[in-house]
Design a protein around this ligand. Structure first.
Ligand code: SF4
Length: 390
């Protein structure tokens, strides 16, 4: 054990876009080792983790379980809690809130996170239903979904997505991904373990192109914050090496998997999602077959209906055949495309969405409609983009 006069720097993985010294993002083991290396008792690490993730304290000064001398030392040496901060809130008429969240770096980049009281129906039928638990009487929701970002912008370039217009600006750190969740839990006064909150990693970015930090955040949220991986879903555009890695994750830590399908065949999919040229549908499905599902768990195929492009009756028949051919326990989530500036698609015609749903159901495919949430504040699927002009 060393007794440095300076606290040793933490693992660089949590340092992004500058040199802020943020504690948020480190797990108990990392904090304990760091404390020990700095000549403090190891159990100080547990106290820190408790303060950051359970008590949701945002200032070192407020961590009163630490001695005053240690708090002063942390402060003197430039350490801060460094949890991402909600800097702007847009509230939809439907109760959805979209947040601009300031990251941990000095680069000033913000990401977007969405709170959907009552969810959007996307979690139905994937094996996660259960009792809602006792919500506080004052709360107007009895379950909610938080949509989390994994990157600033995105490199995948799905043609229907507003986030794609940003390109990839950078990956988020472990603390920045998990911090969005904890900041929202805090804002909404959620009692973890008592209230039913689902997480969907479907915000800005492709989680499997920032795999280490994404899974680091999941581990932190499960082990330190106390959320269940069975209430988390990660959506991928079909990054095959990422899916293969994901298949190796232990079930006690692995979220559920959703594949952003969005087209009935390779030809159309390559047009709306150019990534399909690299990893076509069959390659993606093959990789998904490697994931050992928990009992009652299903793979979700997300399907955005684009007017005239992916929403025709013949497309529904093709999707039904495709899903059956996979042999996977699966369900389809339908999402009517949400319009965004500068994107050339149109919304499905009235009746097309319901017709599509009925056609899949008639073929015996479990199918659910995701209700558009927060469309008026650009919080709906595919609409997240750092909108500083607002
Ligand atoms: S839909 Fe998802 S993967 Fe595709 S460009 Fe948008 S953020 Fe990236």
């Amino acid at each position: 054990m060393t007794t440095n006069s300076q606290l040793v720097p933490l693992d660089a993985k949590n340092r992004v876009g500058g040199s802020l010294r943020s504690l948020f993002g480190m797990n108990t083991a990392e904090l304990s080792e760091w404390m020990a290396a700095a000549g403090e008792p190891k159990w100080r690490g547990s106290q820190l983790a408790e303060a950051l993730y359970r008590q949701r304290i945002v200032e070192v000064e407020g961590i009163t379980t630490l001695s005053k001398a240690l708090r002063q030392r942390l402060d003197r040496e430039g350490w801060q809690v460094g949890r991402p901060r909600i800097v702007q809130v847009f509230t939809s008429v439907d109760g959805t809130e979209r947040y601009l969240v300031h990251g941990q770096g000095l680069d000033g980049l913000t990401v977007e996170t969405v709170w959907m009281p009552e969810g959007d129906g996307g979690e139905a039928g994937d094996g996660s239903e259960g009792p809602a638990g006792a919500a506080e009487a004052s709360k107007v929701w009895d379950r909610a979904t938080i949509c989390v970002s994994s990157q600033v912008g995105c490199a995948v370039n799905c043609q229907f997505c507003l986030t794609a217009k940003l390109g990839l600006q950078r990956n988020l750190s472990v603390g920045e991904i998990a911090g969005q969740v904890v900041a929202v839990l805090d804002r909404q006064s959620v009692e973890v373990g008592k209230e039913r909150v689902n997480l969907v990693f479907m915000g800005m970015g492709e989680p499997f192109l920032n795999y280490e930090n994404f899974m680091g955040a999941v581990r932190l949220l499960v082990e330190e914050v106390g959320l269940s991986p069975q209430r988390m879903t990660v959506s991928t555009s079909g990054i095959v090496p990422g899916i293969e890695r994901f298949a190796e994750e232990p079930p006690e830590i692995r979220p559920k998997l959703a594949i952003s399908l969005n087209a009935p065949n390779d030809e159309v999919r390559s047009e709306v999602m150019p990534i399909n040229r690299k990893w076509p549908i069959e390659a993606v499905v093959d990789a998904v077959r490697g994931v050992r599902l928990r009992s009652r768990e299903r793979i979700t195929f997300e399907y955005v209906l684009l007017g005239g492009v992916t929403d025709r009756p013949e497309h529904a028949a093709e999707v039904a055949r495709l899903v059956r051919r996979t042999g996977l326990p699966a369900k389809v989530n339908l999402i009517a495309w949400n319009p965004g500036p500068g994107i050339a698609y149109t919304m499905p015609e009235s009746g097309a969405v319901e017709g599509f749903r009925r056609a899949l159901a008639a073929e015996g495919v479990p199918v659910y409609l995701r209700r558009p949430r927060g469309r008026d504040i650009y919080a709906a699927c595919g609409q997240l983009k750092r909108t500083v002009e607002e």
